[in-house]
Design a protein around this ligand. Structure first.
Ligand SMILES: Cc1cc2nc3c(=O)[nH]c(=O)nc-3n(C[C@H](O)[C@H](O)[C@H](O)COP(=O)(O)O)c2cc1C
Length: 206
């Protein structure tokens, strides 16, 4: 039987309790909770506060089916009530970079932000700076998983899909890069216990 988990978990509980879940209760997502998960994820940090991540939330059954087809038929896509697609849009980030300057810094901050980004990325091609954008979006991807678990929901991160097909289904521009698909809902299975390297195996202390 699936363990009962309190509705709001602290960070330690959310991290320890998160595991990939591929079977979900067949009930729609609470829309306020969905919004709160995205709001919490949007608090993720990013270099120069670039916030390159963008979310596409799919709850429509027909579109979920299309996503599942693009994900080699992986059943968790349609089994979950919602799929959060986390991607980075570095071109949108660059075009609107003034928005990410802290308002407290005024016009000088907005100009500084523009200068910083033009200087750092103006000489790079779309693919190169897109890769940088993705490295930021991956941080938000992890935040979505932990925020969801903290609010009593479960997820499974997915990269097993054809990116071009997903772009076509969602009408996303060619240049975007995916952190992943994230089916989300209430668990209807326990998932697998964690199997991880020990801290000693992966850490050098100096
Ligand atoms: C970036 C990423 C991509 C993944 N892609 C898939 C996927 O396409 N399908 C799937 O069933 N699981 C996928 N997984 C889930 C992993 O198999 C799982 O996270 C890992 O085995 C550890 O298990 P846990 O999440 O239960 O702790 C992916 C995980 C990550 C982080």
């Amino acid at each position: 039987m699936t363990a009962t988990i309190p509705r709001t978990l602290n960070v330690k509980e959310a991290i320890e309790n998160r595991r990939s879940i591929r079977k979900y209760a067949q009930e729609p997502m609470n829309q306020d909770d969905l919004h709160e998960i995205l709001r919490l994820a949007s608090l993720a940090p990013s270099a120069w506060n670039a916030q390159t991540w963008r979310f596409a939330v799919v709850q429509d059954a027909a579109i979920k089916q299309q996503l599942q087809d693009a994900a080699y038929g992986q059943g968790q896509v349609t089994n979950a009530p919602a799929v959060i697609v986390v991607y980075s849009d570095m071109e949108d980030t660059l075009a609107t970079v003034e928005e990410t300057a802290h308002p407290g810094m005024g016009e000088a901050g907005r100009e500084g932000q523009r200068k910083t980004f033009d200087g750092a990325f103006g000489g790079q091609d779309v693919a190169q700076r897109g890769q940088w954008g993705l490295s930021q979006a991956n941080i938000a991807f992890a935040f979505v998983m932990i925020a969801a678990r903290g609010l009593g929901y479960d997820t499974v991160p997915m990269l097993g899909f054809q990116p071009d097909k997903v772009k076509e289904i969602l009408g996303l521009p060619e240049h975007v890069q995916f952190a992943g698909l994230l089916p989300v809902g209430k668990r209807a299975e326990d998932g697998f216990p964690h199997h991880r390297h020990s801290v000693e195996r992966i850490t050098k202390f100096y």
